[in-house]
Design a protein around this ligand. Structure first.
Ligand SMILES: [Fe+2]
Ligand SMILES: [Fe+2]
Length: 289
C-alpha cells in the first residue's frame, strides 16, 4: 500500500475534530454557542475520517495487536528525557494547516492547564501533559490507523456502537469462531486488564507510564480513546468491579482532552518552572520508547 492509502487523514487531529461532531461540548450547547465552526457531517473531510476507520477496522486484528505488543513493549527503540520526547513528538507537523493547528505539545499543555485550573491533583495534571505521548508511534513508522482513532477490544465480538461498525466485516477476525463470539477469548467479568485493546497511542503510553503514576491516571491514559466504553457504556460483560470504580476517572479526564482546544497557545515561558518540577516529582530522568 502507498503511504497516502495507509494514512488518509491530512492531520492526526482530524480524528479528534470528528470526535467533536460525535460528542459535542455540552457546555457550549447549553450556552447556545460554539467557538469553533465544527465540520458538518457531509463535509468531504469526513470521507477521509471514514476511510481512516475503514483501514483501522479492517487491519486491527487480534494477531496484529499481539505483534505490535511484542515489538513496542520491549521499549528498545530510544531513550529520551520528557523534554526531548516532546521535541520529538512535535516533529509530527500537519502540513495541511500549519497556521491553525497547534503542535502536539500545545494540545498536551492545554489539556494539562485546564486540569490544573480546575484544581485537580498534580498527578492528573501530569496525565494531561503525557496522555498523547504515544503518538510518537507515527514517527516510528506506524500508519495512522495503528496510532489514533477510537480503540476497542480485539479477540471478541465488536460492539455495534463503535464508530462505523459496518467496516468490521472486512476484518479477518470477523468470521473466526475463536474471536467472533460475545466473549471470544475472554471470560465474563475478567476485567479490562485482561482484555487486549486495538493497538494505538493509549496502550503504548500506558505501558510507558505504568510504574510512575497512580491507578486512576493509568486508566485515563489506557482507555481515553475507548469511547465505546466510557461514552457508550458498552462491554459491561468484560468489566470487573475495579473497572467500574475507575470509570469515573476516565469520565473526569475525557472533557479536558476533547474540549480544552484553544487557538491561543499557552505561554510556555511562564509555565516551564511548574512543569519541570512536576515531571521531576513523578518521572525518571529518561523515558524508554
Ligand atoms: Fe489521545
Ligand atoms: Fe488528546
Amino acid at each position: 500500500m502507498e503511504e497516502n492509502q495507509l494514512n488518509p487523514l491530512k492531520a492526526l487531529d482530524e480524528w479528534e475534530d470528528d470526535l467533536l461532531l460525535r460528542y459535542p461540548d455540552p457546555e457550549q450547547i447549553a450556552e447556545g454557542k460554539e467557538t469553533k465552526d465544527y465540520r458538518q457531517y457531509d463535509d468531504p473531510a469526513r470521507d477521509t475520517v471514514k476511510e481512516f476507520y475503514r483501514l483501522n477496522h479492517t487491519y486491527q486484528t487480534y494477531d496484529f495487536v499481539m505483534e505490535k505488543r511484542a515489538d513496542y513493549l520491549r521499549f528498545n527503540r530510544k531513550e529520551m528525557t520528557v523534554w526531548e520526547a516532546f521535541d520529538f513528538l512535535n516533529q509530527l507537523v500537519d502540513d495541511s494547516d500549519p497556521d491553525t493547528d497547534l503542535s502536539q505539545f500545545q494540545h498536551l499543555l492545554q489539556t494539562s492547564e485546564a486540569i490544573r485550573q480546575d484544581g485537580h491533583p498534580d498527578w492528573m495534571v501530569l496525565t494531561g501533559l503525557m496522555h498523547d505521548m504515544g503518538k510518537v508511534l507515527c514517527l516510528f513508522g506506524e500508519p495512522q490507523w495503528a496510532v489514533v482513532g477510537d480503540t476497542f477490544p480485539v479477540g471478541c465480538a465488536y460492539s455495534p456502537k463503535i464508530v462505523y461498525p459496518e467496516f468490521f466485516s472486512a476484518n479477518q477476525d470477523y468470521n473466526n469462531p475463536r474471536y467472533n463470539t460475545k466473549l471470544g477469548v475472554y471470560t465474563a467479568g475478567c476485567g479490562l486488564r485482561n482484555v487486549h485493546m486495538s493497538w494505538g497511542h493509549d496502550e503504548y503510553v500506558y505501558q510507558m507510564m505504568k510504574d510512575y503514576l497512580p491507578e486512576p491516571a493509568l486508566y485515563m491514559l489506557r482507555y481515553h480513546s475507548f469511547y465505546a466504553w466510557h461514552r457508550e457504556g458498552e462491554y459491561e460483560y468484560l468489566l470487573d468491579d475495579h473497572d467500574r470504580e475507575m470509570l469515573k476517572w476516565v469520565h473526569l479526564f475525557n472533557p479536558y482532552d476533547l474540549y480544552s482546544k484553544n487557538p491561543v497557545a499557552p505561554d510556555w515561558e511562564k509555565l516551564r518552572a511548574y512543569y519541570e518540577a512536576l515531571v521531576k516529582k513523578y518521572l525518571p530522568e529518561k523515558l524508554k520508547f
